[in-house]
Design a protein around this ligand. Sequence first.
Ligand code: FES
Ligand SMILES: [Fe+2]
Length: 348
Amino acid sequence: MSAVPPPGLTLPDVWYVAARSKTLRAAPLAVTIQGRPLVLFRGRDGVPAAFSDRCPHRNVPLSMGTVVKGELQCQYHGWRFDSKGACTAVPGLVDGEVSLRSRCAETFACVEQQGFVWVYTTPNVEASSRPFVFPHFDEAPYSSVVREFLVAASVHAVVENTLDVPHTAYLHGGLFRTAQKSNVIDVVVRRHGTFAEAEFIGEPAPKGLVGRLLAPGGGVTEHTDRFLLPSIAQVEYRLGTKSHLMATSALTPVTDTETRVFVVVTFKLPLPAWLVKPFVAPIAGQIFAQDAVMLKKQTEQVKRFGGERYTSTELDVLGPQVTRLMKQAAAKEAPPEGVDEHRLRMKT
Ligand code: FES
Ligand SMILES: [Fe+2]
């Protein structure tokens, strides 16, 4: 039996995408991360801030309030909070200090970059790291397509699915792999303290529609799937110097069984981007829709049968590595140094 990720795994001191920048406008926005209700809003100069979605006064959701001159105003009694969480106004209070410590909102570090608003998972502290940077985003000659999905499954299940090769020929039959397995390829699995990856060596160019877009001339593909803590799942394809495609999913645990997936597909291809772009979004959409259905079923089954009872083969390459890394991060264990490598063979 494979290692099972503990339910309710909560990672401290990590960054998750809370929302796309374009979703956070003038009004406060309620989001949930790791089961915790948060409110995002844009303070002075539009810089985003994140609080617990609870007014310190009588605990109503601050997301019901409004943003007034870059401060968040509670809808109930009109208390106001600046981006640092300090109370700046208690309407009607004549005497006495307004900005008491006990009246501060609980705050979370917040960073906006590359069109995403990221939130740090530990409250009331300065972040000790920076959020993940999507490679080649907005960098010529690359183009990017961004999509967002809500999936009814845990982060672990979504990561494993995203980086799982054997299901593609079945669940996504025809899109990029066929069920006839004729090629034996080598897989190099690398384990590190903060990431795990599987490199597929000697894989022929993908078949189906995806293959025709990525590699119109066929050839041998460099393909690596990787997981980076806390929740980045990345599939990378390279074909010669002309084709390079990365589908990077930043996964946000909404609850133990719900994950918000922010997918960034970044590519350069021999075909011009304007020609390819109209295909990328629908194909990615179809793949994700098929995965979402299966992940929801999987989650329902685990619930119906009272827990996971998985059995695995060595083809389940990265799932156990992801479990190990997530457990380690949850326990705040110092990651081991160095990269551990092993090989296996797979028919694709
Ligand atoms: S509950 Fe927010 S001001 Fe009273
Ligand atoms: Fe899939």
